[in-house]
Design a protein around this ligand. Structure first.
Ligand SMILES: Cc1cc2nc3c(=O)[nH]c(=O)nc-3n(C[C@H](O)[C@H](O)[C@H](O)COP(=O)(O)O)c2cc1C
Length: 203
C-alpha cells in the first residue's frame, strides 16, 4: 500500500487529471494495467462480465470505445439494456475505477469504418472466425480456417472480417475512484450528469 503522498490524494482536479491520463495512456501503452478492463452488461437475471481492450478515449466528449464481433452475446444484451459498467484495477497504481456508461453498438457506419481502417492486419484475425464467439463446437477450435490460424493471410483477405466488426461506444455517466493508501484510502464519485459532480465517499 502506498505511503507517499501523491498530488491526487485529496485534490479533485488532480484526481480527474489522473483518471483521464490513466485511460488515455491505456490506449497507447500495451502494458498498461488499465488497457484491459472488465465490461459488464445484461439485465437483472442475466448479468456477466468479460475482459475487453480499450481502443479509444475521448475526454472532451466523455466516452471510451472498444471493438467486438457483432455476433458476440454481449451485443444483444447491450441493445436491450445499454446501461453498462466498466471495471478497472491497477495494482501498481493502487487505483480502482468503476465506470457507468450508456453504450451504443456501431456496425457498418462511419465510426466502425474509421476504427476498422486503424485496425492492423494481425488484429483483424479475430473477426475472421466462421461462426460467432460462443458457438458450440464438436472439437477444440480457434474457430478459424487453418490459413488464418497461421497468420498466412494478406491485408486484402483480412477485409472479410469487417462484416463481423463493430465498435462499442460507451458514453460515460459516472466514474467512481478508489485509491488505496497506507495513510487512509480515498474514494470519490464523479457524476457527469449532475451539477454537483464531485463527491467524496467513505472508502
Ligand atoms: C486480454 C483479453 C482481451 C480481450 N479483448 C476483447 C475485446 O476487445 N473485445 C471483445 O469483444 N472481446 C475481447 N476479449 C474476449 C472477451 O473477454 C470474451 O471472451 C468475448 O468477447 C466473448 O464474450 P461475450 O460472448 O460475452 O461477448 C478479450 C479477452 C481477453 C482475455
Amino acid at each position: 500500500m502506498s505511503k507517499e503522498v501523491v498530488s491526487y490524494y485529496e485534490n479533485s482536479d488532480e484526481i480527474k487529471k489522473k483518471i483521464w491520463s490513466l485511460l488515455t495512456n491505456a490506449v497507447l501503452d500495451r502494458s498498461s494495467e488499465f488497457r484491459t478492463p472488465v465490461f459488464i452488461c445484461g439485465n437483472e437475471t442475466n448479468l456477466d462480465g468479460r475482459v475487453v481492450v480499450i481502443r479509444k478515449v475521448d475526454q472532451e466528449n466523455n466516452y471510451i470505445q472498444y471493438h467486438s464481433d457483432i455476433r458476440s452475446s454481449k451485443i444483444e444484451k447491450i441493445k436491450k439494456n445499454p446501461n453498462c459498467s466498466i471495471l478497472f484495477y491497477g495494482k501498481e497504481e493502487k487505483i480502482q475505477l468503476r465506470i457507468k456508461a450508456e453504450c451504443v453498438v456501431n456496425f457498418n457506419n462511419d465510426i466502425s469504418k474509421e476504427s476498422w481502417k486503424n485496425t492492423g492486419h494481425i488484429s483483424r484475425k479475430c473477426y475472421l472466425v466462421e461462426n460467432g464467439p460462443g458457438t458450440e463446437s464438436d472439437k477444440p477450435t480457434s474457430g478459424l480456417d487453418s490459413k488464418f490460424d497461421n497468420f498466412d493471410f494478406t491485408k486484402e483477405e483480412s477485409e472479410a472480417g469487417y462484416k463481423n466488426f463493430c465498435v462499442i461506444k460507451c458514453k460515460i455517466k459516472s466514474i467512481e475512484w478508489l485509491y488505496l493508501a497506507a495513510k487512509g484510502h480515498r474514494r470519490a464519485l464523479i457524476n457527469f450528469n449532475e451539477s454537483k459532480n464531485f463527491t467524496w465517499l467513505v472508502p
